[in-house]
Design a protein around this ligand. Sequence first.
Ligand SMILES: [Zn+2]
Length: 381
Amino acid sequence: MKKICIHNGMIIDGNGEILLDSAIIIEDGKIKIIDHQDVCNHYFDRMINAKGLTILPGFINAHAHTGFKYVNNVHCKGFQEEYLLACINEGITTIRDEGMFTGDTLEDVVIAKRLIERNNNYPRIVTTGKFFTAPKGYGGQAPIEVETIDEVDAKIEELLSLGIDMVKTVLEDGLDPSTHGLPKLSDDLLKVICNKAHEKGVKVSAHVTQSHNLKRLVDAGIDDAAHMVYDDLSDELINEMVHKNIFVIPTLTVSKMISDKYGAPVFESTKKNVMRFVDAGGNIALGDDFIEEESPWYRLGMPKLELQLLKEAGLTNMQIIIAATRNGAIVCGLDKEIGTIESGKRADLLLIEGNPLENIEYIYNVRMVIKDGCIIVEVIK
Ligand SMILES: [Zn+2]
C-alpha cells in the first residue's frame, strides 16, 4: 500500500479542533499526524499539496436504509449500488444502515453487507439488520418479533453470530391512522434487549417519534434515538439524555417531508427540540433516513437537505461537522477506528476546496475521498 503525505491544508479533526501546522501521513491505511516541519524527514510514494483545501474525516450517514430498491414494484434484494457510489463520491465513507423493512431475512442482510464490504469503492457499512419489536408491532414486513426474555437472548445471539453489527428496537404507536395502536414491547423486554446487547458489546438504536415512548427507551438503556421526536421534548428528558449520553439522529429531512407532504406541523417542533437538545449539551449525529431517492427531500449521495436543515435549526458549521464525523462514529460503535483525524485511526478522509466553517456548502466541493488509506475519488483541476 502506498505511503501518502497530505500537507499544507487546513485540518478539521472531527473533535472540534482546527490544525494548521500539521501534516497527515497515511501508511497501511492508518493516519499519522506529524508536525508540518517534519515532512522533509520522511519518504513518501505520493505528496499531496492541499493548499486551499480543508481535510476532514470521511462523513458518516448514521441513519440510512441501503436495501430499498423497487423496480416495477418488485423489491430487489441486496442494496442500491447507485446510492453507495454516489455516497462515496461525495465523501460519505461510512453508512449506518438502520434496518430492512422488507421481507428480506437476516441472512439476506448479511449477504448484502458482505458484498458491500468486498468492494472498497463502496462506503463502509454498519447494519442493525432488522427491528426488534412486539408481535405485529412496527418494523416493516418481517421484523424480529419477540415475546419472552429467552427469545430476545436467542435472537441477539443469532443476529451477532451472523455478522450484524448492532441492535435496533422500536417503540411506535403508529405514525398514521393505518398503523395507529400497534402492539409495543414491554419495559421489561426493552431492558433485556439493551442489557443483552451491551453485554455482547454492541449498541442499541431505537426508532421513536413520540416523547412518551422516548422516555421509556431512555429508561431501558438505549444508546441513540434514530429520530428526534415530533412532539415537545421536556427539559427533564433532555437533561436525562444528556446525563446518560444518549445520542439523537435528528433526521430533520423526515420531519420536513411530512410537513411538506401532509401539512403536519412536525418540522418546526422537531427543529426546536434539536436546538434545545444541542444547547443543553446533547450530542447529535448526521442522518437523513434515506430510503429511496425522492425529490426534493432525498437524493443519492450526501444528505444535503439534512445539512441545510441542521444549519436552519441553528447549529454552527463546526457542530454539523462533528455530528457528521466523530458523533456518527460513536453511534456506529466505531469511534476507536474512524470519525476523527488522529494518529492510529483508519485513513477515511474528505478533502474539499475552501473552508466549510465559512460556508457549509463548501463540503460539496469534493477534491478527494480516501477510504482506509486508498484514494477512491480524485478530482483533478
Ligand atoms: Zn429509518
